[in-house]
Design a protein around this ligand. Structure first.
Ligand code: 13P
Length: 359
């Protein structure tokens, strides 16, 4: 294991106030998002959409790494360039999702366990040869009546730690993603309690599996009230609760914490990340970054709609959300950034105006 190379890659992934772009939706998830906008769910459309993303001019000003899916890393751009090469040619570090999905957990109704450890050592070798320099594994923890159970938290944390150890052995930086889901009516306080317990358990197992903390990235959820909780707390309250929870549970040796967006709107995810950096930047031992999928991609997907004629406008929307999130890392994001760019799009007659009107 080349320890220094892992440390260097992990640092690069959160350097320059940039963040990660998750574009690793599995085929069923990608198809579900296409179906919502009436986009035909074909392999070629998934390929074209990913080409729209990776060929966005200037994306590397804000994005340090992009997480690909197994199908995508085996695909090529129209001109024949493999996607992993296209990503690194764009000045972005290629990464790969390596879990095989969250499945129903036996004897644990309503809970899931993420699978994918069997054969992982060989798959990591293959992905590394294809150019991937980091990997991602997502565990999901639901909050509800009587859940999460200790068994679910323990099993998922141990799997995350075993995955992370295998990644480092293969020279790839593990992005460790324990996602406490936003769905439900639970309060922010309950989310905080569960997130802290999950993170403590994950770091216990990472330590026990001898994972080098300096060579990994944590990808947690923000501490949020449930999506149907009657009390939706203010941005600053979410920022305070999230950073307090992380400070208690995440060792200072970890170079970066990069949030998932989990179903928040792009604007709210940016505003909350911004508030954390404004209020706590000088007190945090790790870089506080983003690794969003929906909160960066959603407007672009909506605009693209499967049509070549919409590519430039979709890329502009993607660039805009990535730029907002770099500003959020700097603590300089302002909601006015949303209207400034939209106004420009409106004047130039791009399809972004349709989106702005619909909001
Ligand atoms: P969202 O930002 O859409 O939650 O996706 C992040 C991710 O990578 C899920 O694994």
């Amino acid at each position: 294991m080349n320890t220094q190379a892992l440390i260097d890659t992990a640092k690069k992934m959160v350097a320059g106030d940039k963040g990660l772009l998750a574009m690793d939706e599995s085929n069923p998830t990608c198809n579900k998002r296409f179906a919502k906008w009436g986009i035909p769910q074909t392999e070629e459309n998934r390929r074209s959409y990913r080409e729209v993303i990776v060929t966005t001019p200037g994306l590397n000003e804000f994005i340090s790494g992009a997480i690909l899916y197994d199908e995508t890393i085996r695909q090529k751009k129209k001109d024949g360039t493999p996607f992993a090469k296209a990503v690194s040619d764009a000045g972005i570090i290629p990464g790969i999702k390596v879990d095989t999905g969250a499945k129903e957990m036996a004897a644990h109704p309503e809970e899931k366990i993420t699978e994918g450890l069997d054969g992982l050592r060989d798959r990591l070798k293959e992905y590394s040869q294809m150019g991937a320099r980091f990997a991602k594994w997502r565990a999901v923890i639901a909050i509800g009546s009587g859940i999460p159970s200790e068994g679910c938290i323990e099993a998922n944390a141990q799997a995350l730690a075993r995955y992370a150890a295998l990644c480092q052995e293969a020279g790839m930086v593990p992005v460790v993603e324990p996602e406490v889901l936003m769905e439900g009516e639970h309060s922010l306080a309950r989310c905080s309690e569960v997130t802290e317990e999950v993170l403590r358990t994950v770091f216990y197992h990472l330590y026990s599996q001898r994972v080098m903390l300096e060579g990994m990235i944590l990808k947690p959820n923000m501490v949020l009230p449930g999506s149907i909780c009657p009390q939706q707390d203010a941005v600053d309250v979410v920022a305070d609760a999230t950073v307090r929870c992380l400070l208690r549970a995440v060792p200072a040796a970890v170079p970066g914490v990069a949030f998932l967006s989990g179903g928040q709107t792009g604007e709210l995810a940016s505003a909350r990340l911004n508030a954390m950096n404004v209020r706590f930047k000088s007190r945090m031992p790790w870089e506080l970054a983003f690794s969003f999928a929906r909160a960066i991609q959603q407007p672009a997907l909506e605009i693209w709609h499967g049509e070549m004629s919409n590519v430039a406008a979709a890329q502009k929307a993607l660039y805009h959300r990535a730029k907002c999130n770099q500003a959020a890392r700097r603590g300089t994001y302002d909601a006015v950034m949303e209207t400034e760019d939209s106004d420009r799009a409106w004047r130039s007659g791009s399809p972004m105006k349709v989106l702005v009107r619909a909001q």
